[in-house]
Design a protein around this ligand. Structure first.
Ligand code: ATP
Length: 258
């Protein structure tokens, strides 16, 4: 699976939000998107998920314009994880996870298949939510709910995972566990992950490449080392950065605002 994003322009009303976005994500790659508040990260993920229609530009999935896939094919292929889940949905965790299997189910299927049960069981264990399957969504803590919502994406077994700020409510162990899982799942297959995140440290740990978005434009793309050792982070965020090296990784530490 490969994604090529070509010259995407997106407007809200008459305001240009994405301005000529061109990016490629290769097989088995974890691409992280960073950038200041309002830079356009969520908008870009929604365009790639086909939740939003760009005014100009095309997204190609495996060389094919994504508008040419039928909705069911696309639903099976792409999972977009919106951080703002409606926890008032009257559903148990199990049934919420099961809804991710719809694209895999046969049209007259009324009960879950063995494959559905196996997928839910495997992912629930990996995300440490197997003890929560009978709980209702409104009975979960914010971090538990977030793990459930991210787990749901993997129950779908998508080729392309789009994660919007996956770490916000998670404690440090779960941040690492969730992103390690994503990295393993993607790297060990020919799948693709695009992760929008504010935490530069987590990006330095888990990104294969990082794209920096600022005012709707990609201003840098490269390995964590390339991106963090350039001046681009200081310029884009307006903060002074010290770079430290631990275990061969380059980790940016913001030390003061400029
Ligand atoms: N529904 C909308 N209608 C109009 N403008 C919008 C809408 N949603 C977002 N915007 C604007 O689009 C721009 C990009 O928003 P977006 O949410 O994509 O940024 P972001 O990089 O994800 O930001 P953050 O880091 O704050 O989550 C912002 O200026 C925002 O105010």
């Amino acid at each position: 699976m490969r994604i090529r994003i070509r010259d995407i322009e997106f407007y809200y009303n008459s305001t240009k939000i994405l301005d000529g976005i061109t990016l490629e994500v290769g097989e088995g790659e974890n691409l992280y998107i960073i950038g200041p508040n309002g830079a356009g990260k969520t908008t870009l993920l929604k365009v790639i998920a086909r939740v939003l229609e760009p005014l100009k530009g095309v997204v190609y999935i495996d060389g094919k314009d994504y508008r040419l896939y039928n909705p069911r094919e696309l639903a099976k292929m792409i999972s977009y994880v919106d951080p703002h889940v409606d926890r008032s949905i009257p559903s148990t965790v199990y049934h919420f996870l099961l809804t991710a299997r719809y694209p895999h189910q046969k049209s007259l299927q009324i009960v879950e298949s063995e494959d559905d049960v196996v997928a839910i069981d495997r992912v629930a264990k990996a995300f440490g939510i197997d003890h929560l399957l009978d709980r209702r969504l409104d009975q979960l803590s914010s971090g538990e709910l977030q793990r459930v919502v991210i787990a749901r994406a993997f129950v779908q077994e998508p080729e392309i995972v789009l994660l919007d700020e996956p770490s916000a409510f998670l404690d440090i162990r779960y941040r690492m566990e969730v992103l390690e899982y994503v990295k393993r799942f993607i790297s060990s297959s020919n799948r693709v992950a695009i992760v929008a995140i504010h935490d530069l440290y987590l990006a330095s740990l888990y990104a294969d490449r990082i794209a920096v978005l600022s005012n709707g434009r990609i201003v840098a793309v490269g390995t964590p080392e390339e991106v963090f050792s350039s001046r681009v982070i200081e310029d884009v965020y307006g903060v002074k950065i010290e770079l430290i090296q631990i275990n061969g990784r380059y980790i940016p530490i913001p030390v003061e605002t400029r």
